[in-house]
Design a binder for this molecule. Sequence first.
Ligand code: CTP
Length: 470
Amino acid sequence: MRQCGIIRELFYLVRALSTRIKKIIKLLKGLLQRFNKEQPSVHPKAKPTIIPRSDHTISRTTIHRNALKVLYRLHQEGYQAYLVGGCVRDLLLGRQPKDFDIATNALPEEMRKLFRNCRLIGRRFRLAHILFGKDIIEVATFRTHHENAQEHHGKTHDGLIIRDNVYGTIEDDVWRRDFSINALYYNIADFSIVDYTGGMADIKAKRLRMIGQPEQRFQEDPVRLLRAVRFMGKLNIEISPETEACLAKSSHLLTHVSPARLFQEVLKFFQEGATVPTFKLLQQYNLFQQLFPQTLFNPEDTHAQQLIDQVLINTDQRIAEGKSISPAFLITAFLWPSMNQQARLNRSEGMPAYVSLEKAIQTMLTLQTQRLAIPRNVLVSMRDICLLQYHLMSRQGYRPYRTLDHPRFRAAYDLLLLRSTAGEPVEELALWWTEFQKADRAGQEQLIKRVATQHRPKKKRPYNRKKKVT
Ligand code: CTP
């Protein structure tokens, strides 16, 4: 009897304990979940500041007529329609926007029905392109941040956003944008500006400020590091201290970005007409070295830095004059000092001059393409421009005419001029080619003769000839 009582008591004890243990486990689980839950990068839904038309400078006369057509059509059909992003920022700063982007609550399929000239693009996130001849107005349905979405599979363990495909409201859309100055919405309904993030104050203060926690936002998408520098360079604005502190220590994050995306971002740097300040910033924040790890920055090699400085100055001048720029030429200029150094090294090991250069080009391009996915046609041009540096040196017989006829001669000659300006000992060669291009056929022959007499080739001695021992 007594034994039965003990067993019963033990049973109750175990049962009580197990409920306690279950409770403790539940409690621990809850704590763990709370601990693991990310700090929301999004602000809890905040009320926006509405800046009425009378208090801002955006006039409809400065908005592209096709963008206005799309905005009005959406509005008439009962949808919300806003100009958003870079165009609002640029208009407020008194600059000409590159393009006019629209955000709306209309779904892509609804837009297709609304606009006959509409194409839906993108697989991950569908965007509507409204076509007006060559002109395209991009319209995006409001997106939401992944924390707000039902699916939570949008981030890798590094916090990198890999999917971005959930529709939301304007309140969701605003917090997934990068900088406050890029998150202002111009409302076609009453011509006001909707400001959730303090972007207007930042525009007035000419300040670049990341929305949310800079550390987390840079981690989510490290391309924001490059965007930050691009906006600082081209808009000539300051960066807020918290955003800068994070920018200064995050360059390593660029290794998480695909070479294809990095190349696209690098192209944008070249096209803004502010490459001089932007590339200074890229160097200052250690980002240039991430993009072009092969570019030499040896403080003793002033030629390399001068060459890069000069090519950037020329690029900005060309953009200011409305001329086109060649990414092949620019990247070649960045890599030339390293190629030249590698070629010298190859030569010192006994390789013939042309092979030394060819091998150096191959090595540098292979290394560079691991970081930037430079398209094949650009690589072919780069290789030609570099190899022509060798051919430019041979000025005998028919060779100069063949070099002059090469489709990449002009770019190669420009690089030669740059090398000369940067202090490489090629001044005489550069002057000769300047004269050669201007001269008529008789003059060209004279120039070739002049070189032949100046540089009469030394009698060739067989390579590795052993000295006679007497
Ligand atoms: N955007 C973002 N994060 C990115 C890319 C874009 O938040 N990585 C948002 C910003 O609101 C940005 C808008 O999308 O303003 C449009 O992006 P984009 O056209 O790439 O740049 P813009 O800001 O318009 O600047 P620019 O035209 O000078 O490239």
